[in-house]
Write a protein that binds this ligand. Structure first.
Ligand SMILES: [Zn+2]
Length: 133
């Protein structure tokens, strides 16, 4: 499932890459280490592997933040902050007021914030119910 977005590969090879990525993301490995580990199961241009690693790593962090937001009684939304390159995909999302909660604020469970575009370095912060502040 993970690498579908980046490479169209046969199931076997894709599963190996997904497994490496999952393990490394859980361990909090650096991008450099993840690139080396992916290369062991799938040789490709470094920039392509880096793109995969960065994309999937950041997507996992945003999805995990959403998972926590959904489980929380004090988090009312996720605010999307554009990545360092200020790409159109995440800048547009960060300027959207989809739920009338303010620009860039999304309800927990809205998976559009998981991966605004490939190589996205955007991040999310929690919106907290004001009764708890
Ligand atoms: Zn972005």
């Amino acid at each position: 499932m993970l690498s579908d977005r980046v490479w169209r590969l046969a199931g076997d090879e894709r599963d190996k890459i997904a497994s490496v990525l999952r393990t490394d993301i859980l361990r909090g490995e650096s991008v450099g280490t993840m690139i080396r580990n992916v290369r062991r199961v799938h040789d490709n241009d470094t920039w392509k592997i880096e793109r995969l690693v960065v994309t999937e790593g950041n997507t996992a962090y945003r999805a995990a933040a959403d998972f926590n937001a959904k489980a929380s009684e004090v988090v009312t939304g996720l605010r999307l902050h554009p990545g360092i390159k200020r790409s159109k995909g995440c800048v547009d999302l960060a300027n959207e007021d989809r739920y009338g909660l303010g620009k860039g604020v999304f309800l927990p469970g809205d998976s559009d914030v998981y991966n605004p575009h490939p190589n996205c370095t955007s991040y999310v912060t929690y919106e907290i119910d004001s009764r708890w502040l």
